[in-house]
Design a binder for this molecule. Structure first.
Ligand SMILES: [Zn+2]
Length: 482
């Protein structure tokens, strides 16, 4: 970015809550049911019906507020946000406008240069989702209202974000927190986490905010970063050429890497907000708030800290393992059964995450049970098998749900440490490869690896590498002296 200018960015993040039923009726929130089957007169907006607030939605929102250091307002109210759209049968969305449930929080992001930055959260409020218009079928446009009334929280940041990178980090942190809380799966590609950005630029040192635009439709974390940087540059170019920024909403097009105008941006007064007359105010007494805070899990920052002290893990490992709650839960189940904390971390950061990425699964569906991975680590450490065979056993455990030791026994993989057995094998290999022996004795050190390879081939990888090295080194040295 041109250093003459400073970008001012605020994010509005919608997170779909993982409740079983909708926010104001008993309909299922299950994704993928046939279109318009998760519906009732309430979420279809029939006249005369009354919404009833789902208690779980309030509890989840309060959890998010507590996790982000918000003030939990004792009293909050719902409001009608009026607009017409085919996927909104009621003609209004029930949301919160004045008096939201949570306000004035913050989270910290850690930037690439290791500095921390505090991003303030203006408010978190509850609302219902709208339905979905489907345009890509052979008909004109179809409407599926299964999503009408699915609970959302909207997390609105203060305009503290200054770049695409900071937006990316902030959004990642929000995702991490909702996942730790178990209130949203955080999947942006599937739309359970959505992000809109308000962006303006101004000269450095300028107090007054520039005209802002809103960028929507950024459906991946990387797209958020890209779209914001694109829009910052677009605004700077216009200003540099002496033009004016038009307040409008732009849609990010990920295929062409550009943001195109969708409509002129509406102001809050366009929605004619007014208090929802069918719902009572939400009152959160101190004891209810305390009850909810009892269910607050250990949050990522604190858990990371604990990993470095309790298991003596490097900062890097702790950071990586705690990025996702499932991963760190898995780690702690493994180290419950092995004392080799660092090996457990290495296996998870390496082979486990690699397999998960390749198979595109969640760690919750990872086929190797934590106790079986722990056993694998233990039988490598106690010399039952060597590390190389350990990798094979791991691959086998991915395919079948068996513990490490039974695979080792079944496939006869126990490590050969008997030095007389290894010595015999080495003798016959040296005899058969007299040319290579000459090369080695002639100073070609590299041939040593060839002999090790031969021994491993002969023993199907089961020889103890340390014993092989020692004996082989000894034999070859004694040949040198002759
Ligand atoms: Zn319903």
């Amino acid at each position: 970015m041109d250093s003459k200018y400073e970008a001012v960015i605020g994010l509005e993040i919608h997170a779909q809550l993982l409740t079983d039923s909708k926010i104001f009726c008993g309909c299922s929130t299950k994704f993928g049911n046939s279109p318009n089957s998760n519906t009732c007169p309430i979420c279809l907006g029939h006249p005369g019906v009354l919404p009833v607030l789902n208690k779980k939605v309030v509890e989840y929102t309060v959890l998010m507020g507590l996790a982000t250091d918000c003030i939990i307002n004792k009293k909050s109210i719902f409001a009608r946000k009026n607009y017409f759209y085919p996927d909104l049968p009621k003609g209004y969305q029930i949301s919160q406008y004045e008096q939201p449930i949570c306000e004035h929080g913050h989270i910290n992001i850690k930037k690439e240069d290791n500095t921390q930055k505090k991003i303030r959260i203006k408010r978190i409020h509850m609302e219902e989702d709208a339905g979905k218009s489907i345009h890509d079928q052979d008909y004109d446009t179809l409407v599926d209202v299964n999503r009408c009334g699915v609970p959302l929280i909207e997390i609105v940041s203060e305009p503290d974000i200054r770049s695409g990178e900071e937006a990316y980090l902030y959004l990642s942190k929000i995702k991490q927190i909702v996942q730790y809380l178990g209130i949203c799966d955080g999947n942006m590609e599937e739309g359970s986490l959505r992000c809109d950005a308000n962006i303006s630029v101004r000269l450095h040192g300028e107090e007054k905010l520039g005209t802002k635009t809103e960028v929507k439709n950024m459906n991946s974390f990387r797209n958020v970063e890209k779209a914001i940087n694109y829009e910052i540059n677009r605004q700077i170019e216009i200003i540099e050429e002496g033009g004016q920024i038009v307040q409008q909403t732009l849609l990010w097009n990920a295929d062409n890497n550009e943001a195109l105008p969708m409509r002129s941006k509406e102001e809050a007064h366009d929605y004619r907000y007014f208090p929802e007359p069918d719902l009572l105010p939400v009152i959160i007494h101190e004891n209810w708030k305390n009850e909810i805070s009892q269910t607050l899990p250990e949050l990522p920052e604190i858990r990371k800290e604990r990993l470095t002290t309790k298991y003596n893990l490097p900062e890097y490992d702790a950071e990586l393992l705690t990025q996702n709650r499932g991963t760190v839960d898995y780690y702690e189940k493994v180290v419950d059964k092995t004392n080799d904390y660092k090996s457990a971390s290495n296996w998870i950061m390496g082979d486990v995450l690699k397999s998960i990425n390749e198979e595109k699964i969640d760690i919750e569906n990872f086929p190797i049970r934590p106790e079986n991975l722990a056993e694998l680590i233990n039988i490598i450490n106690n010399g039952t098998i060597n590390g190389k065979i350990g990798k094979d056993v791991f691959q086998q455990m991915l395919k079948e749900d068996k513990n490490a030791l039974s695979i080792v026994k079944e496939k006869n993989l126990i490590q050969i440490t008997d030095s007389s057995e290894i010595e015999n094998i080495i003798d016959s290999i040296l005899e058969k490869n007299s040319n290579e022996v000459k090369q080695y004795l002639g100073g070609k050190e590299k041939v040593f690896g060839f002999f090790v390879g031969q021994v491993m081939r002969e023993t199907k990888g089961k020889a103890n590498p340390k014993v092989v090295n020692e004996i082989l080194r000894g034999k070859l040295n004694s040949l040198k002296e002759v």
